[in-house]
Design a protein around this ligand. Sequence first.
Ligand code: CP
Length: 312
Amino acid sequence: MKHLLSASDLTRDDAVSLLDTAAELASVTDRAVKKLPTLRGRTVANLFFEDSTRTRLSFEAAAKRLSADVITFTAKGSSVSKGETLKDTALTLEAMGAQVIVLRHHASGAAQRLAQSGWIEASVINAGDGTHEHPTQALLDAYTLRQHLREGAGDLEGLSVVIVGDILHSRVARSNVALLTTLGARVTLVAPPTLVPVGVQTWPCEVSFDLDEALVGADAVMMLRVQTERMTAAYFPSVHEYSRRYGLDSARAARMPDHAVVLHPGPMNRGMEITAEVADGPRALIVDQVANGVSVRMAVLYHVLSSQEGAP
Ligand code: CP
């Protein structure tokens, strides 16, 4: 695997293999010295044109735990303000020795463009491109579901996962529909009609507008952030109305089976798509998702760098 651009590029075997590697690497986190020498001498560049807390920091932690060198670029405070392009920025990082570029960009397709342009030799990992894809988020979500609902092994065959909220603007939803269905889960999307993307009928999932109904029998519910920064119109009448119909509170969560779990990719709008009581409650795996993000990104860096010529 030279690049990781889309969750759709992963076969079931690819995905299970990445999750298995992540599970092996997770044991490093429990050690007093949280380091393996695996990627010593390799350089990972984080190239972030959009804000991030979890993804950027966990890629940085993942690279460091594998003893790679890390260069971090954030667009704010950089020469992007002087008009420097993605191509020239990537060439600059490669000239500093980067063998992997972890790219977050506001433009859908940016990671694919960088990987397939021929501008650079480095591998590209998509850390979120516009409203298109966020494959490492889907991998860490699958890892978390497997850890809690499948005792940490195999695929997700037969699990019922409900993804709720701002599907229209969500790269997390797109990557999760692709990956979770590849792993055998059944996915139902729930959203206001205005936040359902055109063409969703071609996606391998069901669509519902009734959250109460969808939650009955769900093994997991994934609440999505309402992405007001990407909204150019009024997609729902008010925050109160959105929460009433599409928010997850304790009463609604009680409709799910006892074993069912709650995910959120973060950052959360507490009180809008999820109440604090649910976010901090016993079903919530939101902190586990963040912790698992480090192990999963270690596995992705390891697989990508191992595919390169001259890899150790
Ligand atoms: N889930 C996620 O991508 O979070 P960040 O935007 O903080 O990286």
